[in-house]
Write a new protein. Structure first.
Length: 201
């Protein structure tokens, strides 16, 4: 074996019927002359950090918890597409995002978000799933940016990133205004037009 160094997690398995483990790997290392490093699992709030756990949080709409396990805010990036302009007609313009097909999206619902466009952070709300303003794209990611009226068609928008403190501020203002009552879990009774109403916060 032309191997000098192998680094794996402590629950690593290999071989037929996954019979080989880290102890087997170390034994082979002594025989074939390579160094073995075993990395312990990382934990957060007493739970093991894993991609499976992060996906579970997203499936449950627990975006903030997913971000904690990821070590950074969960975000969605996509190009802003030209839609039906129905949101603008309703005085609540929205940005429709073209998201990569393999992007793991959170549970369908409405979320308070901070979006980044041209290096600036803009507060808003984002609908993931069936679009409340209908149009050509029945399912996707649609964001209403508060007090924002620039033409951003074709530009890249990052939704969900930004300062946690700013995000909490947006959540508190929306909750106190009565526009939305539940964050980080979906509320299917609330739509972007009801939440934003074109008035910002």
């Amino acid at each position: 074996m032309d191997v000098k160094y192998i680094c794996v997690g402590e629950d690593f398995r290999f071989g037929k019927d996954r019979s080989g483990d880290v102890h087997t790997l170390r034994q082979y290392g002594e025989k074939y002359g390579y160094q073995t490093e075993i990395v312990k699992k990382l934990t957060c709030a007493g739970e093991t950090i894993s991609s499976t756990r992060v996906r579970k949080f997203l499936e449950e709409g627990e975006v903030e918890k997913a971000g904690t396990f990821l070590g950074e805010n969960y975000f969605i990036t996509g190009q802003v597409l030209s839609g039906e302009a129905l949101g603008r007609t309703l005085k609540s313009p929205t940005a429709n995002l073209l998201v990569e097909k393999d992007k793991f999206l959170p549970r369908f619902g409405v979320y308070a978000t901070i979006s980044e466009i041209d290096g600036r952070e803009v507060a808003g709300v984002t609908n993931v799933g069936v679009k409340p303003t209908a149009g050509t794209f029945p399912v996707g990611v649609e964001t209403n940016l508060f007090n924002f009226h620039e033409d951003i068609y074709g530009k890249t928008l990052m939704v969900g990133g930004g300062s946690p403190a700013l995000l909490r501020s947006v959540q508190q203002k929306l909750m106190s205004s009565g526009k939305i009552s539940y964050f980080n879990s979906p509320d299917h009774e609330t739509t972007l037009t009801n939440v934003a109403a074109g008035r910002g916060i």
